[in-house]
Design a protein around this ligand. Structure first.
Ligand code: ATP
Length: 436
């Protein structure tokens, strides 16, 4: 995928067309934050919905939760985040700029100055809860969604009495005060995660791990992330967290290099046992009648929403030549495309065309909400715009629709994004044609 300046092209298309904007832009931005625009939010919602459908709704061994972002700070003490969730930081003695020690050499890349000593920088955002500002009011914005799952383990077991194996999923925001946010959505300070804690009998973790490994690839396929660009990295013994017996990083060939997209880890009973010890709550469960209660072990697939979006954009961005002109388009899988079809009247100033087009638009929108009306500029411009948004189909209402050629009455043209080919389709068949 050698594409000169691919990253710049994607960032610029995202801004121009309304997918993703720099955060707080009119005030000069805020490093490490990005805002999703009108098409970006549709795309992101589609991705989250598909994930939820695949991993929660379509399975009978999974349920979801939506926990608070602010949690009792004891959660993060027990999980090890307060003491250990840090990156090595160095500060330039001359210009005072700060860098991640593992990402720079001997000298400051900005001014050539010398670095001071390396120190550990905790990446959790601290905040104050309530009106008093003392040590007891300190809390943190959650650095991962997993914590909200573990603290609700007992609640879910008490409400639903599940048997092992079963899992709890959560989608939500996470915050990390990254020393060096960079590479567009890849490393930001506020992002979203889709995480699963899948609870298993200790003897059965290997089967579950293999199942989730396959599920990760199945999800990538479903959202249109190129399989060729995804690589499994078996994390070596010495590089894994001490409690993890096996970890696979799923890496993706981003335009700036091969980097972590998702993680899959076998975390033993580390989390539940740590929270049991610190909270005093019983976090074991009765799995089989007549047998002692067990603290389940856990397999954790962790997906970053924003890295998913970036991998989708990288996989979908295509340049080709159509009708003698070069064009760029987003070859989204229809299921995640922010707009499934755009409806055009051939001419904006012919009321009979506009009225018929409105009728088709309203009919389709009832069943498929992600339909767009577009009458701005000539047809060629509208096609190019929809190509850049990644709309799989453009539907044009023309004079033949109105019966200029009687045999074509009540048919429209449907233009395919990828081939540019047009087909005449009876209006009554449109919904089937657009099966998403
Ligand atoms: P990295 O090594 O790249 O910092 P990590 O190993 O710390 O990532 P995890 O703690 O395993 O990441 O988080 C799970 C997932 O959350 C990651 O696989 C990624 O998809 C996402 N994620 C983590 N940090 C960020 C970030 N700063 N911006 C966007 N997504 C992130």
């Amino acid at each position: 995928m050698a594409n000169e300046g691919l990253m710049e092209k994607i960032v610029s298309l995202c801004k121009r067309r309304g997918f993703i904007y720099p955060g707080s832009e009119i005030y000069g931005g805020l490093a490490g934050t990005w805002d999703y625009g009108p098409f970006g939010v549709e795309l992101k919602n589609n991705v989250k919905q598909l994930w939820w459908r695949m991993f929660v709704q379509d399975r009978d061994d999974m349920v979801g939760v939506d926990a608070a972002i602010l949690m009792n700070p004891k959660v993060w003490e027990a999980s090890g985040h307060v003491s250990g969730f840090s990156d090595p930081l160095v500060e330039c003695a001359k210009c005072k700029r700060r860098f991640r020690a593992d990402q720079v050499g001997q000298m400051c890349p900005e001014c050539g100055g010398k670095f001071g000593p390396v120190r550990q920088f905790n990446m959790m955002f601290k905040t104050q809860i309530g009106a008093t500002e003392d040590a007891t009011s300190v809390s943190y914005l959650r650095p991962e969604t997993a914590g909200g799952i573990f603290v609700n383990f007992k609640n879910v077991v008490d409400s639903l009495h599940p048997k092992l194996p079963f899992g709890i999923a959560q989608i939500g925001k996470a915050f990390r005060n990254e020393i060096a946010p960079r590479d567009f959505l890849f490393r930001s300070r506020e992002f979203e995660q889709m995480e699963i804690e899948y609870f298993v009998r200790p003897s059965e973790w290997k089967e579950s791990f293999e199942e989730w490994r396959k599920n990760v690839h199945a999800f990538n396929d479903a959202v249109g992330i190129s399989r060729d660009a995804v690589h499994e990295l078996e994390v070596a013994d010495g590089d894994r967290a001490h409690y993890s017996k096996r970890t696979i990083d799923f890496e993706f060939d981003f335009p700036f290099g091969r980097k972590e997209l998702y993680g899959l880890a076998y975390r033993t009973d580390f989390d539940l046992s740590a929270h049991q010890g610190a909270s005093g709550a019983t976090l074991s469960m009765q799995d089989k009648e007549g047998e002692p209660a067990v603290v389940p072990h856990v397999i954790e697939p962790s997906f970053g929403v924003d890295r998913t979006i970036l991998a989708i954009l990288t996989s979908a961005y295509t340049e080709d030549e159509l009708g003698g002109e070069t064009r760029a388009y987003l070859k989204f899988a229809p299921v995640i495309a922010p707009i499934k079809a755009a409806v055009f009247p051939l001419l904006k100033n012919k009321p009979e065309l506009v009225a018929k087009a409105r009728e088709v638009y309203t009919m389709l929108k009832k069943d498929i909400p992600q339909i767009m009306w577009d009458d701005n500029g000539n047809i060629g411009k509208r096609y190019r715009r929809q190509d850049e948004i990644g709309t799989p189909y453009c539907i044009t209402i023309d004079f033949d629709t109105l019966g200029e050629k009687p045999e074509l009455l009540d048919t429209v043209t449907v233009r395919d994004r990828d081939t540019g080919q047009q087909q005449r389709v009876p209006i009554e068949n449109l919904k089937n044609q657009l099966i998403i």
